[in-house]
Design a protein. Structure first.
Length: 412
């Protein structure tokens, strides 16, 4: 029970971020929470080490290396100018962010887009002379929503596709989730426009071309991006072909980072400047969430619930709420065996994928990509989004989006 109390204190501290003269960053709060459960022996040091998902840590490391090189070389700013230069109003810029990045998230993984997209949003905000948090929030929501419609859009969807024994996963995901996802991308755009309507002035945005700073490093980052895209395409083909050959996303990220680590003379600078604090956050989060799970409180609540936990509506509701406490990937891993025993339908599995993913729009801690965006923005530009700034849009947005998916499941 003490683990639940510590988790609640972590939530509160992340929300307020300040005690007296001391201001905390998100990673520091999570690290304090992990230290608290270790000191109070809510989890043993050995179990804490086992709780850290090495695959996730190496995946993030690899993608952070690629993202840092993209930024240092100037290639990321150069490409973002080419993509968004025709968006001459804030409305067109936001629609571009939601649909270009949203659709990209369906195939390039949500955390990948969070790492690469954050510096792009900061560049665009500076050039368009708009509040960076408008674009950062748009990025966070676009990534989360867009990743719903694909079995490789995020780790929890991949778990559903593989462990749920879904035949033709891409076709199945698109059949159930494509149309409501497109609707929800428009919904998120209108929410941002509503909350920041005073910033949508009738003026034309002009962009300045961004030159490449380091051509040699840019060439290596292009090679890294080619490796990344080709590996993802191969993975998609293997899924379509139902081949027994499979390789984790971690391998893809590390393979993409390899040319930079091996051949770039700036390798030490790149590795030094990656977002190590976010890696600390994730390690601490795994420890704290495992301690919460070990307490048995979450299992007890699920067991004693009077709701039919295998109906599409209940799965949506339960996954949105529970993902805030034990994170969406562990939730899906724990929920799938329950649904398998209940012989749940494909529709139920799609509800689990959608609910556990859009849970990321409810609060900062609902998705790893949110934390990556906020930590990166704080590190690179001293810009931040508070817990309440995120939640005031995220809570009503998530409720409407859940209703859209539920309605889609009802009609299918």
């Amino acid at each position: 029970m003490l683990s639940i109390v510590i988790l609640a204190l972590v939530f509160i501290l992340i929300a307020v971020r300040r005690i007296g003269k001391f201001r905390f960053q998100i990673w520091q709060v999570m690290l304090l929470g992990a230290a608290a459960v270790l000191i109070t022996r809510q989890i043993s040091p050995l179990d804490a080490l086992k709780a850290i998902n090495v695959d996730v840590m190496f995946f993030l490391f690899g993608m952070f290396v690629v993202g840092q090189a993209l930024e240092e070389s100037g290639y990321l700013a150069h490409v973002s100018y080419k993509i968004f230069r025709r968006a001459r109003s804030l409305d067109l810029l936001l629609l571009g962010i939601f649909f270009i990045i949203g659709f990209a998230a369906a195939f390039l993984m949500n955390d990948t887009l969070a790492i690469i997209g954050t510096p792009v949003m900061l560049i665009l905000a500076r050039q368009a002379n708009v509040k960076s948090k408008i674009l950062l929030l748009s990025l966070a929501f676009a990534i989360t929503i867009g990743s719903v419609m694909s079995p490789i859009g995020n780790p929890q969807n991949l778990l559903v596709a593989v462990n749920g024994n879904i035949t033709n996963p891409f076709i199945t995901f698109f059949k159930y989730l494509f149309l409501p996802t497109v609707i929800n991308l428009f919904v998120a755009y209108f929410f941002i426009r509503l909350y920041y309507q005073d910033d949508f002035r009738a003026r034309e945005i002009s962009y300045e071309p961004e030159p490449i700073k380091d051509t040699k490093l840019a060439t290596l980052t292009k090679i890294s991006l080619i490796i990344l895209v080709v590996a993802i395409i191969v993975k998609i083909v293997l899924v379509f072909a139902a081949a027994s050959i499979n390789f984790p996303l971690t391998y893809i990220a590390l393979a993409a980072a390899l040319p930079l680590v091996v051949f770039s003379p700036k390798r030490l600078s790149i590795i030094k400047n990656i977002d190590w604090f976010t890696l600390v956050f994730f390690a601490a989060m795994f420890i704290l969430m495992q301690s919460v799970w070990n307490s048995g409180v979450i299992q007890g609540l699920m067991k004693n619930s009077n709701t039919n936990m295998t109906s599409s509506g209940a799965i949506m509701q339960g996954s949105v709420v529970a993902s805030q406490f034990i994170s969406n990937v562990p939730l899906v891993a724990l929920y799938l065996p329950v649904l398998e025993q209940s012989l749940v339908t494909t529709k139920g599995l799609m509800a689990l994928a959608a609910g556990s993913t859009i849970a990321g729009n409810l609060s900062i801690l609902g998705a790893a990509s949110n934390v990556i965006i906020i930590q990166n923005a704080e590190k690179k530009a001293h810009e931040t989004i508070t817990f309440w700034e995120f939640a005031r849009i995220g809570i009503p947005l998530t409720l409407i989006q859940a209703a859209v998916y539920w309605l889609a499941f009802t009609l299918l």
